[in-house]
Design a protein around this ligand. Structure first.
Ligand SMILES: *Cc1c(COP(=O)(O)O)cnc(C)c1O
Length: 398
């Protein structure tokens, strides 16, 4: 019995997106000109004012432990942002700042789940959700967002998935991988189901600033008091401020949940990096023009990709409204043969694209959606043009 390992850890699926990225990297190292549509992070630099504030923090000696759940000044800035941008009232004792959005989510599941509790996860989903739920002893229950409904789930689908063991629903808007967003009306209906069945909502709003055109971000917790009480709103600096490496995420929740998350975190990691907290403070309270510029640039790429891919044969896509991904239905393409061999799956299609067209895309079976691929537009316009040319010539060859 001595040298056995954790069954829970062994049951975790290694990230399939990393496998494709690793292969692309290897090819690049060999001097091959690979276009990588796999990027899960902005290609922009962290804004200069943010970097400068971190340098000052170091020089001023802000390099020691802070309170485990984050500094009060940053919590206050987050409260102000929640109030002004999301229309949600949280006090500083309802905020927990963690080491990135992923850590925030994992703290949430640790705070609310008991062994066997079910968490409803709408597919297509961000591939970490089911694994995180399992690591916190929960049971992921998948429901499927149909294409006709913008790959979103309806309130009645949520209702049908509820059992006496249901503890929470994860709601990710804007969505990774689909780029879709939930409208206020849809959220109201889902909120009714949540309140009626007395479960939690884990609202992952990491891409809340990256919304294009006329669309507006709506936070479910802002709708009314009853849903506010049951929601843990999760966000962070990674995607909105091009700060993926700094590792700052945060939540707004009831005081009770915030306390539990804070104590879990106080033993697991203590405070998030003190310097990154100063940088986050500057990001949230300083000038916002770089965020606007990034959004504008993302929007140009989004429009270009949507227009081009819509005209390609054997594929189908909806116009993405947020985040920085296009989600492409390749079910017709995988029915074709390539070099005399049936393609059969999005994973095989991605392999062919990488091997023969030097183009990396993410197959979405691990996002709970076979026969679909995700292309990120967090790469330069020049790369996008080149990559889409290659994708198009592959499709035309089928
Ligand atoms: C990137 C991402 C996060 C968290 O990102 P961190 O890098 O951990 O801050 C959370 N949810 C979704 C859907 C994401 O794509």
């Amino acid at each position: 019995m001595s040298l056995t390992l954790s069954k829970k850890a062994q049951a975790v699926k290694p990230s399939s997106t990393l496998a494709i990225t690793a292969k692309a990297k290897e090819m690049r190292a060999q001097g091959i000109d690979v276009v990588g549509f796999g990027a899960g992070e902005p290609d922009f630099n962290t804004p200069e004012n943010v970097c400068d504030s971190a340098i000052s923090a170091i020089k001023e000696g802000f390099t020691k432990y802070t309170p485990a759940s984050g500094t009060n000044e940053l919590k206050e800035a987050i409260c102000k942002k929640f109030k002004e941008f999301n229309g949600i009232d949280y006090a500083p004792n309802q905020i927990v700042i963690s080491n990135g959005g992923k850590h925030s989510l994992s703290n949430v599941f640790d705070a609310i789940l008991n062994p066997g509790d079910e968490v409803i996860i709408p597919a297509p989903y961000w591939l970490s959700y089911p694994e995180m739920v399992k690591l916190s002893d929960g049971v992921p229950v998948t429901i499927v967002g149909e294409r006709e409904n913008g790959y979103k789930v309806t309130a009645s689908q949520v209702q049908d998935a509820i059992t006496p063991k249901t503890k929470a629903l994860i709601l990710n808007t804007p969505s990774n991988p689909t780029g879709m967003i939930y409208e206020e009306e849809e959220l109201r209906k889902i909120a009714d189901v949540v309140v009626k069945n007395d479960i939690y909502v884990v609202a992952d709003e990491m891409y809340e600033y990256l919304i294009y055109g006329e669309e507006k971000h709506v936070s479910i917790a802002s709708l009314h008091e009853e849903i506010y009480k049951r929601t843990i709103t999760c966000s962070g600096l990674s995607k909105s401020y091009a700060m993926t490496g700094w590792r700052i995420g945060y939540t707004g929740s009831s005081v009770e949940i915030a306390k539990l998350m804070g104590s879990v975190q106080s033993h697991a990691t203590s405070n998030p990096n003190s310097i990154a907290q100063k940088a986050a403070l500057e990001a949230l309270t300083g000038p916002q023009d770089t965020v606007d510029n990034m959004r504008e640039e993302f929007n140009k790429r989004r429009v270009y990709m949507y227009e081009r891919v819509s005209k390609m044969p054997h594929v189908y896509l909806l116009e993405p409204k947020g985040a920085f991904y296009v989600f492409i239905d390749v079910s017709k393409a995988v029915e074709k043969t390539y070099k005399g061999e049936a393609i059969n799956s999005a994973a095989r299609l991605a392999e062919i694209l990488l091997a023969d067209y030097n183009t990396a895309v993410v197959p979405c079976a691990d996002f709970g959606f076979p026969n679909h691929i995700r292309l990120s537009y967090a790469i330069s316009m020049e790369q996008i043009e080149k990559g889409l040319d290659r994708f198009e010539s592959f499709l035309k060859s089928l």
